[in-house]
Write a protein that binds this ligand. Structure first.
Ligand SMILES: Nc1ncnc2c1ncn2[C@@H]1O[C@H](COP(=O)(O)OP(=O)(O)OP(=O)(O)O)[C@@H](O)[C@H]1O
Ligand SMILES: [Mg+2]
Length: 321
C-alpha cells in the first residue's frame, strides 16, 4: 500500500468514529481547505484546476465529511490518470427545474463536480461504482469502499450524486446539495420569536405591484403598519416624509431606478440602525455580495414563505429592541 492510500485508510477509519455535525457551510471553503492535501496526493504530473463560482448558495453538511468526499474523488481521478492530466474541481449554484437526475426535487442546489481526463469507464463499470467493495483495482490497491462512502455521505446530506464517463475520455462525478436559506433556517429554529406585530412600521419596497400589495395586506393583517413604495427612489422619499419611526425596511433586491442594495445603503444614512430584510429571486445573489460582510443582510427567498417572512420580521425587530 503506498503512502497516499494509507492516508485514505486513516481518514476512513477516522470517519467511522466521527460524530456527524452538519452545519451551514460554503462548499468553496471546504474545497480551498482541502486543496493543499489534494495537491500532495495527486503528484506533479496532474494539474489541479479549481473553478469556483462565488458566491455559492450555502449547503448543510459536515465539513470534514465533505473533505473526505473530495479526497476520495480526487484519489480515484489520480488513479485514472497514470500518465498525468487534469483534475478539475468546480462549484456552482443552480436553480434546477427538471429531473437532471432520477428522483431530484426541483429547487435550488449547489453543485460540486470533480472531473478528470483519465481512462474513463465502460457502462458495465459505471453502473456498479457505488456498490460497496466494487473495485477494478488489483488486490491490495483498492477496497472498493471509496465511492460507497461518498454515496453514503451525500445521501446523509440530502444530496444526489451522478456519474458521467466515457472510455478513454475521462470521468465527471457530480454532486448536488440542496441549497439552504441560511437566515430563515436560523430564525425558524428560534421558536421564541413572537411573530405578530404591535403596530410597528415597516417600509415595503417592491416593484411588482401584486406582490407588494399582498405582502402589505398580509403584514397589516398581522399587526404592522405598512408604508409602500414601488422602487428605491420612492422608498427614500417616503422615508424622508414619514414623521414617525420606521422599524424595518423590507426591500426587493432588483428594482428599476434604484436597486434594493443601494436603497438599503441610502436608507441607513437617513435612519441609522434600522434592520433591513431583502426579498430575492434566485438570480439576485451577486448584487448582495456588494454589501460588506459585517452588515450581512438577511435574505428571504422568493417565492416568499409568508410564515418565514413574519418570523424574520419579528426576529429582526426583536433583536433591535
Ligand atoms: N475517476 C474515475 N475514473 C475511472 N474509473 C473510476 C473513477 N472513479 C471510480 N472509478 C471506478 O470505480 C471503482 C470503484 O471506486 P471506489 O472509489 O469505490 O473504489 P476504489 O477506488 O477501487 O478503491 P478505494 O477507494 O477503496 O481505494 C474503481 O475501482 C474504478 O473502477
Ligand atoms: Mg477510490
Amino acid at each position: 500500500m503506498d503512502r497516499s492510500s494509507a492516508l485514505i485508510q486513516q481518514l476512513l477509519a477516522f470517519s467511522r468514529k466521527q460524530i456527524l455535525s452538519p452545519r451551514i457551510l460554503d462548499l468553496n471553503t471546504v474545497v480551498e481547505e482541502t486543496a493543499k492535501m489534494i495537491r500532495r496526493l495527486i503528484g506533479e504530473d496532474i494539474e489541479l484546476v479549481l473553478s469556483l463560482e462565488r458566491p455559492l448558495w450555502m449547503v448543510k453538511a459536515d465539513p470534514d465529511q465533505i473533505g473526505q468526499v473530495l479526497l476520495n474523488l480526487c484519489v480515484n481521478a489520480r488513479d485514472a490518470m497514470p500518465r498525468g492530466g487534469h483534475l478539475t474541481i468546480a462549484t456552482h449554484s443552480s436553480n434546477i427545474d427538471h429531473e437532471v437526475m432520477p428522483g431530484i426535487v426541483p429547487g435550488q442546489y449547489t453543485i460540486l463536480t470533480v472531473s478528470d481526463d483519465g481512462i474513463g469507464m465502460p457502462p458495465a463499470v459505471q453502473s456498479r461504482i457505488f456498490e460497496p467493495f466494487f473495485t477494478t483495482k488489483p488486490m491490495g490497491k483498492g477496497t472498493g469502499l471509496g465511492l460507497s462512502m461518498v454515496y453514503g455521505i451525500v445521501k446523509q446530506s440530502g444530496g444526489h450524486i451522478g456519474v458521467d464517463s466515457e472510455l478513454d475520455q475521462g470521468t465527471s462525478i457530480k454532486i448536488l446539495f440542496p441549497a439552504v436559506d441560511e437566515v430563515v433556517t436560523e430564525i425558524e429554529a428560534d421558536e421564541a420569536v413572537s411573530i405578530t406585530g404591535k403596530g410597528e412600521t415597516i417600509l415595503v419596497a417592491e416593484d411588482e405591484d401584486a406582490l407588494r400589495e399582498s405582502v402589505a395586506a398580509y403584514l397589516e393583517h398581522h399587526g404592522y403598519n405598512v408604508l409602500k413604495a414601488s422602487n428605491g427612489e420612492e422608498a427614500l422619499s417616503v422615508a424622508t416624509q414619514h414623521q414617525g419611526p420606521i422599524h424595518l425596511l423590507l426591500t426587493d433586491v432588483v428594482m428599476p431606478k434604484m436597486e434594493g442594495t443601494e436603497l438599503a445603503t441610502e436608507f441607513a444614512k437617513l435612519r441609522p440602525g434600522i434592520p433591513t430584510l431583502f426579498m430575492s429571486g434566485y438570480t439576485d445573489h451577486r448584487l448582495l455580495e456588494q454589501i460588506p460582510r459585517t452588515n450581512r443582510p438577511t435574505v428571504l427567498q422568493k417565492p416568499l414563505n409568508l410564515h418565514s417572512l413574519l418570523a424574520a420580521i419579528g426576529g429582526a425587530i426583536k433583536k433591535k429592541t
